[in-house]
Design a protein around this ligand. Structure first.
Ligand code: MN
Ligand code: MN
Length: 315
């Protein structure tokens, strides 16, 4: 039997599925970009299941090859990419403790100098990730989502998947003046539900504005708003229309196409992305695997952005 040590060179249907068929590692030493699963959905306010997201996305990333045909970026040639396994939580029924456990994992990876691409999990996991990586000051933010996720207390908890970016601003992890939220839509519990976004200075691009401007102009706006300096990309799969991504906890009709999202992300190349996440894939609502494939595809675009950025940084 041929000994092929690089999993990417083996037949894609074979072996244990890791993210993008990268080597599985238990430490980020010698790793430039760590892809990390976060199988936690204790912050979901309605339909759960995102805890199963990382495993489903790992499986679908076996569909992803080595080179981005649109941009020419070959992330695995530019950077040492590894699957760091899961930031799994020992005590998942204690929400705030669970978020602290997730933070510890990402802080350890950051201490090794690796950038992180996280695969959730519900959107509450973005907060501990930001706590771990925004150690030297607030980051810019590109947040693609049907929802602003800047809500407040819900059913007695300040921490849930509808609130991470409010908490991140309050904790000084995100600079709201360098933050843009894209794809916002859907019905609300009350008219002012996302007031915090606008009042704190975030740029909110509703799906109607996205429709009017198109992906290119919105990407230009994102580059203008976020500007130079470190930034984070957070991509909620429910930003996509349920036709493309039905397997998610809080679907909202009338969303982005996968292709619009791909083109939007590729046009963010000027940004200095220090990390990214793709969240809210809920496999129990995704029998065809299409949502996990969309997430794998978006995660590949994010990986290409981070890899190309790190090369720029070294130059
Ligand atoms: Mn959402
Ligand atoms: Mn969200």
């Amino acid at each position: 039997m041929t000994d092929i040590t690089d999993p990417q060179l083996r037949p894609r249907y074979s072996g244990v599925a890791t993210f993008f068929r990268t080597p599985l590692r238990d430490s980020a030493e010698g790793v430039d970009i760590a892809v990390v699963g976060v199988p936690f959905d204790g912050g979901a306010t309605h339909r759960t299941g995102a805890r199963h997201g990382p495993r489903a996305v790992r499986e679908q990333t076996t569909m992803i090859r080595r080179v981005n045909q649109a941009t020419g970026v070959a992330p695995f040639d530019l950077a040492r990419v590894a699957d760091l396994g899961d930031a799994w939580v020992e005590r998942p029924f204690e929400l705030e403790g669970a978020l602290r456990e997730i933070e510890v994992v990402f802080a350890a990876i950051r201490a090794e100098g690796a950038a992180t691409l996280a695969i959730g999990g519900d959107h509450s996991v973005s907060l501990p990730i930001l706590r771990a990586i925004a150690r030297s000051g607030p980051l810019g933010l590109v947040h693609v989502d049907a929802h602003c996720d800047t809500g407040d207390d819900y059913l007695g908890s300040r921490f849930h998947h509808g609130a991470p970016f409010r908490r991140a601003v309050e904790e000084g992890l995100i600079d709201p003046k360098r933050a843009i939220q894209i794809g916002i839509r859907g019905s609300l519990n009350h008219r002012d539900m996302w007031d915090f976004s606008r009042e704190s200075g975030m740029r909110v691009v509703t799906i109607e504005e996205f429709d009017d401007l198109g992906w290119r102009k919105v990407a230009e706006e994102a580059v203008r708003v976020v500007g130079p300096g470190p930034a984070y990309l957070s991509f909620d799969i429910d930003s996509l229309d349920p036709a493309f991504a039905p397997g998610t906890g809080t679907p909202e009709a009338g969303g982005l196409t996968t292709r619009e999202a791909q083109r939007l992300l590729r046009a963010l190349a000027p940004l200095d992305l220090v990390g990214a996440d793709v969240v809210e894939v809920s496999p129990p609502f995704d029998p065809s695997g299409a949502t996990a494939l969309a997430a794998a595809t978006i995660a590949f675009e994010a990986l290409c952005l981070i890899a190309a950025g790190r090369v720029r940084e070294r130059a």
